[in-house]
Design a binder for this molecule. Structure first.
Ligand code: FA5
Ligand code: MG
Length: 441
């Protein structure tokens, strides 16, 4: 992996996020544009696709023993987002190239799992759901945006609530039997005892039953959501073949520091496996940290934006952030409807080519792609559709290393002018020079 060779900001000052002040330091890399998206709360808008999807899921599980949390703030501590979940010190998720830090100890949550500890501690029902906006430094294209939304789910059984192990197992089995059967075609490899083992503190039967309850619950969620997607597509007049086929899913083994065993669910959709959701049996460390030391539990985290894109037929993830009436007014509470494109505005392309600088030892430094993405995003905002590395080579004589990035500019809402794009692109070029010492070609 490449690394960041400069800091976004190194002067001392303060940031304010949702009423909390933070002293900036050498870890601070949350940009003004990103901070301006905090509080938009798309998931709390009942007439927005993200809010509609959230309600669809919550309505399905309301009355089944889950507390619904939707107001937890995205500015959290490093402890909540990583430490308490057992992330190793050197986990890549912790790096400044992947995560938006407010300062060394505080960040914008990278997942709703940042609240598991808190919700396990405060929740009065057997389970809970958490919906929230999450933030990640990432590439720029039609399916990636630095802010997206997740829904966390969890469910606990306290051993102390039962006379003995038999009674506990009977209760989990009864809870599984109470989950309605779906028509999904399910492919499940189980779990590899070496690569993806159950934890010692859980018996074989406990791990099997908790995992079954977890998987059946997520299958119900997926069944509801994707059948709605099919209905909406049919209503809009589509007669594509996949609409008449039964829905197919598969469980693949995964790794998360705070669950074991762990899986991801993938859904077969229009000829592709779509990764939707990570999950697993909660690790003892997290339960112990949450005063649940004699309990067993599962947890999952599902990404909402990509699912909302296919549910509503939305071609570009940037549209969720549009304030254009022609977008917003298409969506109504509790209704899944296919997006009607109102216009397609022409785009324009700029290539940015440069030589990378050398460090003190004469080695060529790499510019982390996410750092470049950030500069483009700060200058162009939602006028940038995608950024791609299109060429890379080393000069045969000098050994100098060159990269070319192609920036596609296009607005969802209006025509753009060459002048405005040139001025944004020039600023990006200048900042690449001043912040990273690259040499433009
Ligand atoms: C997580 O974030 C874990 N917190 C999930 C979890 C929760 C595991 C509880 C175990 C227990 P992951 O990074 O894979 O895992 O993201 C979860 C889902 O979010 C993905 O399956 C995907 O649907 C969605 N997602 C991830 N990155 C992006 C992105 N850049 N843009 C849109 N959706 C994304
Ligand atoms: Mg993943």
């Amino acid at each position: 992996r490449s690394f960041s060779i400069s800091h976004y900001r190194n002067e001392q000052s303060t940031l304010e996020v949702l009423g909390t002040k933070y002293k900036t330091d050498e870890w601070t890399n949350a940009t003004p544009r990103i901070l301006s998206l905090v509080g938009r709360d798309l998931h709390k808008n009942p007439n927005h696709p993200i809010g509609i999807l959230r309600s669809l899921i919550e309505n399905r599980f309301n009355g089944h023993g889950y507390t619904m949390y939707g107001d937890l703030k995205p500015n959290v501590t490093v402890h909540e987002n990583f430490d308490v979940l057992g992330f190793p010190e050197d986990h890549v998720g912790r790096s400044k190239s992947d995560t938006y830090y407010l300062n060394k100890k505080n960040l914008l949550r990278t997942h709703t799992s940042a609240h598991e500890n808190e919700c396990f501690l405060t929740c009065k029902t057997p389970g809970y759901f958490i919906c929230g906006d999450v933030y990640r430094r990432d590439e720029i294209d039609r399916t990636h945006y630095p802010v997206f939304h997740q829904m966390e789910g969890a469910r606990v059984w306290k051993r102390d609530d039962y006379k003995n192990e038999e009674e506990l197992l009977a209760k989990i089995q009864a809870d599984i039997d109470a989950i309605p059967k779906t028509d999904l075609i399910v492919e499940d490899v189980g779990y590899d005892p070496i690569e993806n083992p159950k934890q010692d503190f859980m018996t074989e039967r406990e791990a099997d039953l908790v995992s079954q309850h977890l998987k059946r619950t997520i299958e119900v969620l997926v069944d509801v959501v994707f059948n709605e997607a099919k209905k909406a597509a049919k209503l809009s007049g589509s007669t594509e073949e996949y609409l008449n086929e039964p829905l197919k899913i598969r469980w693949v083994e995964a790794y998360f520091p705070w669950t074991a065993p762990s899986w991801e669910i993938e859904v077969w959709w229009k000829g592709e496996w779509l990764e939707c959701c990570g999950c697993g049996d909660v690790r003892k460390l997290v339960l112990d940290n949450s005063k649940l030391d004699n309990s067993i539990a599962w947890a999952f985290g599902i990404g909402l934006d990509r699912i909302a894109m296919l549910l509503f037929g939305i071609p570009d993830i940037r549209l969720f952030w549009s304030t254009d009436k022609r977008f917003i007014q298409q969506f109504k509470q509790n209704q899944i409807s296919i997006f009607k494109p109102y216009s397609k505005y022409p785009g324009t392309v700029r290539d940015i080519s440069f030589w990378l600088p050398k460090d003190e030892e004469g080695k060529f430094l790499k510019l982390h792609e996410n750092d470049l993405m950030e500069i483009v995003r700060e200058n162009a905002g939602d006028l940038v559709e995608s950024v791609k590395l299109v060429d890379e080579f080393s000069h045969p004589k000098t050994g100098k290393h060159s990269q070319t990035y192609r920036v596609n500019y296009q607005s969802m809402d209006r025509n753009i002018t060459n002048d405005e794009i040139n001025s944004m692109n020039d600023k990006t070029r200048d900042e690449l020079v001043s912040k990273y010492g690259i040499q433009l070609r």
